[in-house]
Design a protein around this ligand. Structure first.
Ligand SMILES: O=C(NCCCCc1cc2ccncc2s1)c1cc(-c2ccc(F)cc2)cc(O)c1O
Ligand SMILES: [Mg+2]
Length: 214
């Protein structure tokens, strides 16, 4: 039977990356998706911006919305301090199966908790079910029309504190216009745009970093 793109990405990791070496996993996925077939990983160019924000925030608690094959999850987890906690939400069970194997290959499964389900259902359960107080960093990379409602939901659920950082992928392509308008005009956020390109292409895209002011 025909393999899926996530299965082929996992194959590229298992063939080309070294077990327990997260950077080699990231490199193997980037080389495959740049040379063989495009996939919606944040990619190497935007990935460097993600790395710099993670290093600057040095978060103890991270929420990622949208796991896919776990490329950005591995990038983030490889930069976290020892007892930090990364929760990543994935809606598609087939993606989740692949991502868990990518985390295992990278040797990061102890730092990452993958939860399957829709962000709108899971965010209200974060405190009681996952023992989370607030998130120091949130990486938004799921359905683009959920960025704004889920940001409002995280505020309502008390999951953001003064200084929490939201980092949103794809604010230009595919685009999240309502989200951009909100974080750039709200007095409760300090926003900054990092211009880049859509993964593995020359198309413009970028990341929006927004600090919650409380
Ligand atoms: O859709 C994208 N990403 C979200 C996938 C949706 C997965 C979800 C996870 C989850 C978890 C919890 N609740 C609900 C959800 S829904 C996406 C798309 C492109 C793109 C760009 C140009 C194209 F021509 C074609 C695709 C590029 C990207 O970097 C993306 O991130
Ligand atoms: Mg994306």
């Amino acid at each position: 039977t025909q393999s899926t793109r996530p299965q082929r990405i996992l194959g590229a990791v298992q063939r080309n990356a070294t077990r327990g070496d997260p950077r080699s996993v990231v490199r193997a996925i980037d080389q495959y998706c740049r040379n063989q077939e495009w996939a919606m990983n944040v990619g190497d160019e935007k990935g460097c911006i993600l790395d710099s924000v993670v290093s600057e925030v040095n978060p103890a608690t991270v929420l990622e919305l949208g796991t896919y094959c776990g490329y950005s999850t591995v990038r983030i987890a490889s930069l976290l301090p020892p007892h930090a906690k990364l929760i990543t939400l994935e809606f598609n069970p087939e993606f989740a199966v692949i991502a868990r194997q990518v985390f295992a290959w990278a040797g990061l499964e102890d730092k990452i908790q993958l939860v399957e389900g829709a962000s709108g259902d899971l965010i209200p359960k974060m405190k009681e079910q996952f023992g989370v107080e607030t998130f120091d960093l949130v990486f938004l990379d799921h359905w683009k029309d959920r960025y704004l409602p889920d940001t409002k939901l995280m505020e309502e659920c008390g999951l953001l504190r003064k200084g929490s950082v939201l980092l949103a992928d794809n604010v230009i392509c595919p685009g999240a216009p309502e989200y951009l308008e909100f974080v750039r005009s709200s007095p409760r956020y300090e926003s900054q745009y990092f211009k880049s390109h859509l993964e593995y292409t020359k198309v413009e895209d970028g990341l929006e970093k927004s600090v919650f002011l409380g």
